[in-house]
Design a binder for this molecule. Structure first.
Ligand SMILES: Cc1cc2nc3c(=O)[nH]c(=O)nc-3n(C[C@H](O)[C@H](O)[C@H](O)COP(=O)(O)O)c2cc1C
Length: 167
């Protein structure tokens, strides 16, 4: 298997982290890989942030209904999209996955925490002082894995077709 495929297939959501900071190099490349995601008309309608301050991590954890583990992450990335751009959700989701895979390439686990359309999206934007023309798409707490679960995936033969759907 080639390296890219190994990284993609080895990724799983990580929600328990070691108490170790992330290297600056990994943070830089996570942002840089996010920015290389494809976007409609190459619009790049986004801004990416990272939070490492423990108090702010705790506030994000309080806000995110299903992201209480953000509190114990080494860092939490946030992807915000320009809400007037037609495809900002698709674009920002592509960036989110690039960012997650870039972290994983450094051995750093993370978990996509829902942001788009969530009731706390506006509070997260205000907490991080992001301008109003943006809206939260995803939160990505990250850290070196303390524990990892391996959820099963559907069988390829059950979810693919060639030429025509023929079930
Ligand atoms: C759009 C989206 C929103 C998600 N939101 C949450 C969330 O709020 N909390 C959480 O613990 N996991 C969240 N996840 C992670 C999924 O639960 C996880 O990807 C799924 O269970 C499959 O596991 P895997 O990532 O280990 O393959 C989200 C994933 C996506 C793509």
């Amino acid at each position: 298997m080639n390296l890219g495929v190994t990284i993609i297939k080895g990724r799983r959501s990580v929600r328990k982290y070691k108490d170790m900071p992330l290297p600056e190099e990994a943070i830089h490349h996570a942002f840089d890989c996010a920015k290389f995601a494809p976007t409609a008309r190459n619009g790049q309608p986004w801004v990416f942030g990272v939070v490492q301050n423990k108090e702010t991590l705790a506030k994000l954890a309080d806000l995110a209904t299903h992201g209480k583990f953000i509190k114990d992450a080494a860092a939490c990335f946030a992807v915000f999209g320009l809400k007037d751009e037609k495809f900002f959700v698709e674009d920002c989701c592509a960036a989110t996955e690039n960012l997650i895979l870039a972290l994983w390439a450094y051995g750093i686990g993370s978990c996509w925490v829902a942001g788009n359309n969530m009731p706390y999206a506006e509070d997260v934007r205000a907490l991080l002082k992001v301008p109003e023309e943006y809206t939260l798409v995803s939160l990505i707490p990250a850290g070196y894995p303390e524990e990892m679960t391996i959820p099963a995936k559907k069988e390829l033969e059950d979810i693919t077709f060639a030429e025509e759907f023929n079930k």
